[in-house]
Design a protein around this ligand. Structure first.
Ligand code: ADP
Ligand code: MG
Length: 236
C-alpha cells in the first residue's frame, strides 16, 4: 500500500533536503500569492499587506542564504586569523539582541591562543548562529559564557555555555538534520550549516545538553599546522 511505501522508502540526504526546501519556500510564496490576490480585489490595508509580503520575501532570502553555504561548501578565503578577534566582532553584532533578552555575555579567552587557518566570514556566520541559538534559548535571561583556549592536543577550542532551555534527548539525536526546529520563525538550518562549515575547516562540533539546565556547544579547530595541510587538501 501507499503507506508501506512511504514508510519503507528512505529519502536520500539530498532528496530530504530538496523536499524540505520546496516545502519551506512554498509556504511564504503561498502567503505572498494570497496577498497579491487580495490587493487585486481591493480589500483591506495595503500597507499591512506590503509588510507581510516583504517579511515573507525576507524569509525566503534567509533560507537561501543559509543554503548557499552548502552549495559552496569549501572555505574560499582561507587565512590565518585570531579567533578571539572574530568572536569579539560577532559579540558586538549581537550585543543589542543579548541586552534585549537579558543575556549577559561573559568571555573567557586564554592568552596566546594560536591563529586558526580559516575563512573569516564563514567563521563569523558559525559564531552568529551558535550565539543566537544560545540567546534564543534563554527567554528568561541568563549568562552565556564564551570560552576560547588551546587544548593539550593542539586544538583551538571554542565553547558556548548557556543556561537556556536545553535540548530534549530525542531532539538532540536529530540535530543537524535540515529544517529541524522548535521555533516559530526558525529555519532549522543554522546548526546543520555551521557544523558543515566547521567540518570543512577540518574541525569538529560537539553538543551536550540537559533539559531545563542548559547547553554547551563545543567547536574544535586544528591549529595552524594541521589547518595548512587541511586547506591544501581542500584545494586539490
Ligand atoms: P533554528 O535556530 O532556526 O531553529 P538551528 O539549526 O540553529 O535552527 O537550531 C535547530 C534547533 O536546535 C532549534 O530550533 C532549537 O530547538 C535547538 N537548539 C539549538 N541550539 C540550542 C541551544 N543552545 N539551546 C537550546 N536549543 C537549541
Ligand atoms: Mg539558529
Amino acid at each position: 500500500s501507499q503507506f508501506m511505501l512511504q514508510n519503507s522508502e528512505k529519502l536520500t540526504v539530498a532528496g530530504q533536503l530538496a523536499a524540505g526546501i520546496a516545502h519551506e519556500i512554498r509556504n511564504p510564496i503561498t502567503v505572498i500569492k494570497g496577498f497579491i490576490y487580495l490587493m487585486k480585489s481591493g480589500f483591506g490595508d495595503k500597507e499591512e499587506y506590503f509588510n507581510i509580503m516583504s517579511s515573507e520575501c525576507e524569509r525566503i532570502e534567509q533560507i537561501l542564504t543559509e543554503l548557499l553555504v552548502l552549495a559552496k561548501p569549501h572555505p574560499s578565503k582561507v587565512e590565518p586569523r585570531d579567533i578571539r578577534l572574530i568572536m569579539m566582532q560577532t559579540i558586538t553584532l549581537l550585543h543589542t539582541q543579548a541586552i534585549m533578552n537579558n543575556v549577559e555575555i561573559v568571555t573567557e579567552f586564554q592568552q596566546g591562543v594560536p591563529v586558526a587557518y580559516c575563512d573569516e566570514n564563514q567563521m563569523k556566520q558559525v559564531f552568529i548562529n551558535f550565539m543566537k541559538n544560545a540567546i534564543e534559548a534563554m527567554q528568561k535571561g541568563g549568562k552565556l559564557i564564551i570560552q576560547i583556549k588551546q587544548t593539550d592536543d593542539e586544538k583551538i577550542m571554542v565553547r558556548f555555555i548557556d543556561e537556556g532551555t536545553g535540548i530534549p534527548k530525542e531532539f538532540l539525536s536529530k540535530m543537524g538534520q535540515p529544517f529541524h526546529t522548535t521555533k516559530e520563525k526558525g529555519t532549522g538550518l543554522g546548526f546543520m550549516v555551521s557544523k558543515k562549515i566547521i567540518e570543512n575547516h577540518s574541525g569538529e562540533v560537539h553538543i551536550e545538553s540537559e533539559w531545563n539546565k542548559g547547553t554547551t556547544l563545543e567547536i574544535r579547530l586544528p591549529v595552524i599546522k594541521g589547518a595548512v595541510e587541511a586547506s591544501a587538501k581542500l584545494r586539490c
